[in-house]
Design a protein around this ligand. Structure first.
Ligand code: 1AL
Ligand code: ZN
Ligand code: ZN
Length: 541
């Protein structure tokens, strides 16, 4: 069943009527700006629309379900009809590692939010790890906020982190406006952000049981094994040990099987009774085997959802060539049949499904840490060397030593649209409304912004993505605006291109315009630090 049918059928179609009571104030410029298109995603359906945005508040003040001519508005009102391009709500990417302060050479607020704006993303939520310090204390959040001030091109919210020993920081972090929390059940890759135990999680559940927040888990966990002799449970098996060549993707994939994900999810579900009202969430779900577990839990009333990422929906293990560590992430990209099952969950089971959101999990690093062999784009030469890096040739292409994380903030919309095209899913028009559900409406709800972001609706921020769903283009360094131009999407042909990005009624990015497309006032993105409110729960749909 398509999740949008109900909304579309129930929605009344107001007769187009001219806006009334809108006046221009010549001395201060126009108080409104107007955008229109024969195709806009409003209230879960594709429709003609004219959208009026206040220049004072940046909010949408009216929406008309037809294209009104400019003559219906006061003289001098800025007006653009974008037909046939689609007006979408700005995307809300609820999983981005911006890494500033501390690892700003990996990414930063300036470059990360420019890359977001390039792709129609108007809100990003920053992950609590990889920056130094991590966002595991109120002080750490303050350092983040100080570092972010004046550097953001789109709006930015922050997650807090759950690590052993920071229980006392969690409620204060909620008060300071974090949009949710993330904890790991396996090594995170950075030493400042250790994994938590099942015991820690139960304390966290009790601590946050009645808080207006979302508790999210990196759900991979090494299951204990039973040795071949008896029933002794070993908890210290050689974890993640490679069995095969280190530059073969297959070796890496088999070191992190789906059972790591299902085992972690079972552990989380077993504790859910401690916080029945708390929103639980699985970040970057990869293993299809986890889907039935989560479905069953939701059927039993457990308040749990999951997100997946463009890379699990567009890349497949079979296609990853030797040493191409641009594809390394955790949990890993699995095989084609796994990818197909994730799509099935998103599309066929939309309303009843467990995967509600699609987010980038943009987790970049400097290219040297990817240990790329010289034939892979993004490879960097060691200083003084024209041919190879790193110093140790045996480390080149080593999937176990390379940094885990894929760079793709701002590429999500075209990646998904391209994949939907290949899969024949772009007609009927429900495809684009589904995409808005996963990348805008539901991601906003995941982080408590469901009354402000993620929809083109009266009273919401005037965040808009103008999308040309037919344009084709190739990902190259000039179209990867994140700091380090190293991504598995380089060289790939994309269908669908963002033409303009608006944040709170102001154009931020215009494709082809001067200054790399960045128009208007620089860095006017806001930090979203208003605490989440009780009673505004995530939609379960
Ligand atoms: N330290 C990380 O950035 N980890 C991230 N890395 C991935 N996904 O490969 C993540 O979100 O777990
Ligand atoms: Zn993670
Ligand atoms: Zn991540």
């Amino acid at each position: 069943m398509n999740q949008n049918n109900a909304a579309a059928n129930a929605y009344p179609t107001p007769a187009p009527s001219p806006p009334s009571g809108i006046t221009a104030t010549p001395s201060t410029g126009s108080p409104i700006t107007v955008v229109a298109s024969s195709r806009a995603v409003v209230s879960g359906r594709l429709t003609s629309a004219t959208i009026v945005i206040s220049q004072t508040t940046g909010k949408v003040t009216s929406i008309f379900y037809s294209i009104l001519p400019p003559s219906d508005f006061p003289l001098g009102t800025p007006y653009v009809d974008h037909s046939p391009h689609i007006l979408l709500p700005g995307l809300v990417d609820a999983h981005v590692h911006l890494n500033e302060p501390g690892r700003t050479e990996w990414e930063g607020f300036y470059t990360g939010t420019q890359a977001a704006a390039f792709g129609g993303v108007t809100t990003v939520i920053d992950m609590p790890l990889n920056a130094i310090p991590p966002t595991t204390t109120v002080e750490g959040l303050q350092e983040k906020v100080n570092a972010a001030h004046g550097k953001c091109w789109v709006d930015v919210g922050f997650y807090g982190g759950i690590v052993p020993g920071n229980l006392g920081e969690l409620k204060p972090l909620v008060r300071e406006g974090v949009r949710g929390f993330k904890g790991f059940l396996i090594d995170s890759g950075v030493k400042e952000f250790p994994a938590v135990s099942v015991g820690d999680i139960s304390k966290v559940m009790s601590e946050l049981a009645d808080e207006p927040t979302t508790v999210m888990f990196h759900a991979e966990m090494i299951p204990p094994i039973t040795d071949s002799v008896g029933d002794d449970v070993q908890t210290s098996l050689p974890p993640l040990a490679p069995h095969g060549p280190l530059n073969a993707y297959k070796t890496f994939l088999s070191s992190r099987p789906s059972s790591f994900e299902t085992y972690a999810i079972e552990a989380i579900l077993s504790l859910a009774h401690l916080a029945p009202d708390l929103a639980l969430h699985i970040v970057h779900l990869s293993a299809m085997e986890a889907i039935p577990l989560l479905r069953k839990a939701r059927a039993q009333g457990i308040n749990i959802t999951a997100e997946t990422c463009p890379h699990y929906l567009s890349l497949a293990a079979e296609e990853i060539s030797e040493g191409d560590t641009r594809h390394k992430c955790c949990p890993p990209i699995r095989d084609q049949s796994n990818q197909d099952r994730l799509w099935q969950e998103l599309r066929e089971y939309a309303a009843e499904g467990v995967i509600k959101t699609v987010v980038s999990d943009h987790s970049p690093c400097t290219p040297d840490l990817k240990l790329l062999p010289s034939h892979v784009p993004g490879h960097v030469c060691a200083p003084g060397s024209a041919t190879h890096t790193p110093e140790l040739p045996s480390e080149q292409g080593n999937f176990f030593s390379a940094w885990g994380g894929i760079s793709s903030v701002g590429l999500g919309l075209p990646i998904l649209w391209t994949e939907m095209t290949h899969r024949g899913l772009t007609a009927p028009d429900s495809a684009i409304t589904d995409l808005v559900q996963w990348c805008c409406v539901n991601t906003a709800a995941q982080v408590g912004l469901e009354k402000q972001k993620g929809e083109l609706a009266v009273g919401f921020d005037g965040d808009i993505c103008v999308f040309d769903d037919d344009a084709e283009w190739i990902v190259e360094p000039s179209t990867m605006l994140f700091r380090n131009k190293c991504s598995p999407y380089q060289g790939k042909l994309m269908r669908g291109q963002v033409r303009e990005t608006w944040v709170r009624g102001q154009r931020v990015f215009v494709r082809g315009a001067g200054n790399g497309g960045f128009v208007g006032k620089a860095c006017s993105g806001r930090l979203l630090l208003e605490p989440r409110v009780k009673g505004l729960k995530r939609t379960k749909s």
